[in-house]
Design a protein around this ligand. Structure first.
Ligand code: TNX
Length: 496
């Protein structure tokens, strides 16, 4: 029988089922130290758990207390058993304490506390009800992540998603301790970010999408808002501008980027591999420099993703030379370059990162130079694949990925020529050829994104499908309370 439904599974959990639980009421407060970052985490916690505790604001009050008090939830920074992103959570009848060395650890401890509480707490319309107390079991949890990179990717190019949609996705990622959101900001069908020095990219290149809808783009102010929203939830935005292929939207916006000097029409179908920047023209590198410079300036995170996938119109030497030239542009703007696994054949700097998407990719040469990898193997992590042949959305070129397939594997066993020390972690891309709105995104992302979060976070020895599927089943009522449109895979006995 399961004693908890914390997902991802912590490194160590003791639940004292016989002991009295902690009860959240209108008298509960959250004690935080005099630290703005922790204060912000306390306010999130209050928002997430407060509605079921008290009918009116301030609900669960956040108090900047030097000390911690009986009956309260305390967030404390300092020497904790767990380092970096780790935390230690102790719940007893008289108090809950979450301790961490860094604010990120407190944020993750708070996600764990959310999941110790009953799912109805998450419902926006919930009101305090004495017949339905808000209880956390007595527990002691010591936890930290296996991998530093726990990512999701959203393709906002094939179909555009609004700032609000992306913020919704960020909120759902945060519940499962994911910490990187890679935004695929440009592809053949759309350019989605305002570039002041090349204004037609967004204005024209962003004006449509797959199927011919109106598309859209983020202004620089909106992008900054997304970056800040993600950062407050300990998620780093990783911007991607795919090049030299997947560039029809840019080529349609500026004739000079084409070797022919002629701009093609906008493209709203879903074939890949037909477009490429004119790599012989100097203006192409001016364009790349301007785009990287403007996006780098708006992106506090250390990464810039150059795409680099599926270029069918260039030979290997020309392609590699392009990647090496772009690599120095990215470095000149102070960012670390990431690219899809095709870039592994170029002379990469040791700070480069290769994102493996083909299950048979073999980046051993790059890894020998010190390059690190992110695992995104399409047959396990592409959450735009169908669950089974009946799934109304999604693609199937990499197979179907049902709940068990998304969970029951390990990145180290998949890429045998990459040692675990060279793996930054894993990331689940969601390509949007077939999804037009956030409800569709949710149907493909849940349950798989939550499952993948456990692959990224939990020690391999703490992962077993038969035990996991029971914990996963318990998230159905939480998703219902949060209004998440999830797939009821028949492989899981979902709780009501
Ligand atoms: C492959 S993965 C692509 C994308 C598609 C995706 C659809 C990769 C680097 N390229 O352009 O959207 O498959 O699953």
């Amino acid at each position: 029988m399961r004693t908890h439904a914390i997902l991802p599974n912590p490194e160590s959990v003791e639940i004292a089922l016989g002991a009295a639980p902690f009860r959240i009421t209108a008298d509960t407060a959250i004690d935080v130290p005099d630290d703005e970052r922790v204060l912000a985490i306390g306010r999130f916690l209050s928002e997430w758990i407060g509605r079921a505790a008290a009918a009116t604001p301030p609900r669960v009050e956040v108090v900047r207390a030097g000390a911690t008090h009986a009956g309260h939830i305390a967030l404390t920074l300092g020497a904790a058993a767990a380092a970096d992103e780790g935390y230690e959570l102790t719940a007893a009848a008289d108090r809950v304490t979450i301790a961490a060395r860094e604010p990120a650890g407190l944020f993750y401890g708070v996600q764990t506390l959310r999941q110790l509480l009953p799912p109805f707490v998450e419902f926006g319309g919930v009101r305090p009800d004495p017949s339905r107390p808000v209880l956390a079991p007595a527990a002691h949890i010591v936890d930290r992540p296996r991998f530093a990179w726990r990512g999701a990717m959203l393709d906002v190019a094939r179909h555009f998603f609004t700032v609000e949609d992306v913020e919704r996705y960020i909120d759902l990622m945060a519940l499962y301790k994911l910490n990187r959101l890679h935004l695929h900001l440009a592809d053949d069908q759309g350019w989605r970010i305002e570039i002041a020095s090349w204004p037609n990219l967004a204005r024209h290149g962003g004006s449509t999408q797959v199927g011919g809808g109106p598309g859209g783009f983020y202004t620089q102010a909106q992008y900054a808002e997304l970056v800040a929203y993600a950062a407050s939830r300990f998620i780093t935005i990783v911007p991607e501008i795919d090049m030299p292929g997947h560039t029809n939207a840019a080529l349609a916006s500026y004739p000079a980027l084409n070797c022919s000097g002629q701009a093609p029409p906008l493209y709203t179908d879903t074939n890949v591999g037909f477009s490429a920047l004119c790599i012989e023209r100097d203006v192409t590198y001016q364009f790349v420099d301007d785009v990287v410079r403007e996006i780098a300036a708006m992106t506090p995170g250390p990464y810039f993703h150059i795409g680099g996938d599926e270029v069918k119109t260039l030979g290997a030497d020309a392609y590699n030379a392009f990647v090496e030239r772009v690599q120095s542009i990215v470095a000149s703007h102070g960012k670390q370059m990431i690219g899809w696994d095709e870039i592994a054949g170029a002379r990469l700097q040791p700070t480069a990162i290769v994102q493996l998407w083909r299950p048979k990719a073999s980046p051993a040469g790059a890894v020998a130079r010190g390059v690190k990898v992110i695992v995104s193997s399409a047959n396990r992590l592409y959450i735009d694949m169908k669950y089974d042949s009946h799934t109304p959305l999604g693609l199937n070129w990499a197979g179907t990925i049902d709940a068990r397939d998304a969970y029951d594997w390990d990145p180290v066993a998949m890429y045998t020529d990459v040692p675990e020390s060279a793996m930054l972690g894993i990331e689940a891309p969601l390509w949007s050829e077939t999804v037009t709105n956030i409800r569709d995104v949710e149907l493909l992302a849940f349950p798989r994104l939550a499952e993948i979060a456990e692959v990224a976070w939990s020690p391999a020895k703490r992962r077993a499908w038969d035990e996991f599927k029971g914990r996963l089943a318990a998230h159905a009522p939480r998703w219902t309370a949060l209004g998440v449109n999830f797939y009821r895979s028949p492989q899981v006995e979902w709780e009501r």
